[in-house]
Ligand binder design. Sequence first.
Ligand code: ATP
Length: 238
Amino acid sequence: MLKISNFSKIYAGGKKAANHINLTVLAGEIHGFIGHNGAGKTTTIRAVAGVMDFEEGEILIDGRSVKKEPVACKKKLAYIPDNPDLYDYITGFQYLNYMADMFEVSAHDRSERIHRYAQLFEISDSLGNLISSYSHGMKQKTALIGALLHEPKLLILDEPFVGLDPEASFHLKKIMRELCQRGSAIFFSTHVLDVAEKLCDKISIIKNGELISSGTMEEVKGSSSLEDVFMEVVEHEQ
Ligand SMILES: Nc1ncnc2c1ncn2[C@@H]1O[C@H](COP(=O)(O)OP(=O)(O)OP(=O)(O)O)[C@@H](O)[C@H]1O
């Protein structure tokens, strides 16, 4: 579903934030992306989501190039940045209908999904209010619902659990598993290693723009904890 080949990114000013990254996420997989602050996670995620240009490499979504077929790729994916900026002066409900229109979600499906997810995330009563009145977590929940409305083939999340209350985190993990069971793929970054260890089928560790470990959870961590392996590779690998 997602194939990153030889991806490199050099920012204006010369910072090489990603260096020849190769990574594949198959349909039905939850793939966690971990690394220290400034390692290159957001850079990679933004390139995959098609919101940042890059000089070298190729990124394919369901076999189509994010560079050559950006619209076809965007139709298949949903992307939530680490700090989602929504439109302040519309209501949550208007925002969700706008997203549903963009992704051509039928009236029946949007109504059922908005209702179901809003109830799960306990924001049904706020959807009629302006987004400017929402807390950070409420904005995040609204962005999540908007991302889920068209059942994306690839869901890309940058630090999805930051700012969510424990109940919402629980529901999000369940939704992520269910989405993958229906054949979608998920690629997400996190600093919460316990969550990554429990939730992910595969894991990739990035350090200073280089992928230093990638594979199934068993391949990457063996019988150790993910935290121990992370500390070891981040401290000792080049
Ligand atoms: N727009 C930019 N211009 C120049 N350098 C940038 C830019 N964005 C990011 N960088 C640099 O690229 C490197 C990777 O940043 P990135 O945001 O991808 O890291 P990250 O792994 O997501 O970090 P964090 O866990 O702190 O969110 C960092 O050294 C950062 O300073």
